[in-house]
Every structure is written in structure tokens, then in C-alpha cells.
Design a binder for this molecule. Structure first.
Ligand code: FMN
Length: 150
């Protein structure tokens, strides 16, 4: 990452799993010398996303394939952006879900798609995590941060 001072980590959550992972990514980034900001998606404006060099979204799925309550407004706002508005943003999505549901990790899939459709560049492939997510989520976070710092 040429300028690693602009990593935004946003989480959408109902019961805190995504928040814990996002906080962990934030702390790991700090220990690697990558400056980052970590916030709930309901504290982030679409204009904040447009200014992010790197963006990591950590988001669970609720209801019947729906966004968590605290992710819905920003998701709706991003859908309204122009096709190139996120052209300066490199993003990666960590989706949490449960394979017991038909629409497994649907909210994370939606984020992955909408960020790309608004011009964002996927710098690391999305991971869709089942309920036993800890190890693979941590490995994914490590690999993503390595990519940012390289
Ligand atoms: C009522 C309820 C509805 C859920 N709906 C889905 C769903 O549609 N698709 C899915 O993949 N996971 C679904 N999940 C699983 C959650 O996404 C999963 O437990 C996740 O780890 C929660 O993360 P969070 O604490 O960050 O919200 C649901 C869980 C509950 C309790």
C-alpha cells in the first residue's frame, strides 16, 4: 500500500460477531503500522466510503437474507451512488452467516456486488463464513492486511 493511512473497517452486526472481527482487524492493522478507522456502518456516510483508499466490510446476514439494522441505511445510500463514485476505493468483504439459512451470507454478497458496481476494486476475494468462523476469518484478515501492507 503506497499510502497506508486510509483504511476504513466497517462492520454491520446484530449480536456483535462482526464487530469483534472488525475490532480485531483494526488492532492487527495498527500492530502492522497500518493506520485504520473502525466504525459501525451506521456511523459511516457514503462520502466516507468515497474517501477511503482501502475498505474492509465485515457484515452478517439477518432475517431472511437481510442486512443487519445498522447496515441497511448505508447500503441503501451506496446503492444510490453513481457508477464511478467508488472508483478510488479498494475493497474486501468478510461475510458472516449460517449455512442453515437459504440465503447464506446474502448481506455480505450484496455488499461485495454493490461496491463493485459503484466502481470499487475488489483487492481481495470475499469470504463467506459459517457459524464456526473464527479461524478462517482470522486467516482472511491476516491475508488481507498483508496485501494492504505489501
Ligand atoms: C434470526 C436470525 C436470522 C439469520 N438469518 C441469516 C440468513 O438469512 N443468512 C445467513 O447466512 N445467516 C443468517 N443468520 C446467522 C447470522 O448471520 C450469524 O449468526 C452471524 O454470525 C451473526 O453475526 P453478528 O453477531 O455480527 O450479527 C441469522 C441468525 C439469526 C439469529
Amino acid at each position: 500500500m503506497a499510502d497506508n493511512g486510509n483504511l476504513l473497517i466497517g462492520f454491520g452486526t446484530e449480536t456483535g460477531n462482526s464487530e469483534l472481527l472488525a475490532m480485531d482487524a483494526h488492532e492487527k492493522a495498527s500492530s502492522m503500522g497500518i493506520e485504520s478507522k473502525c466504525a459501525c456502518l451506521d456511523e459511516i456516510e457514503s462520502s466516507d466510503l468515497m474517501e477511503a483508499g482501502y475498505l474492509i466490510i465485515v457484515c452478517s446476514t439477518w432475517g431472511d437474507g437481510e442486512q443487519p439494522d445498522n447496515a441497511q441505511d448505508l447500503y441503501d445510500a451506496v446503492e444510490e451512488l453513481g457508477d464511478d463514485d467508488l472508483s478510488g476505493v479498494e475493497f474486501a468483504v468478510l461475510a458472516l452467516g449460517d449455512t442453515a439459512f437459504d440465503l447464506f451470507c446474502e448481506a455480505g454478497i450484496q455488499w461485495d456486488e454493490v461496491l463493485e458496481s459503484k466502481g470499487g476494486k475488489r483487492f481481495y476475494d470475499r469470504i463467506d463464513c459459517d457459524t464456526d468462523y473464527e479461524d478462517e476469518a482470522e486467516e482472511w484478515i491476516d491475508a488481507v492486511l498483508e496485501q494492504i501492507s505489501s
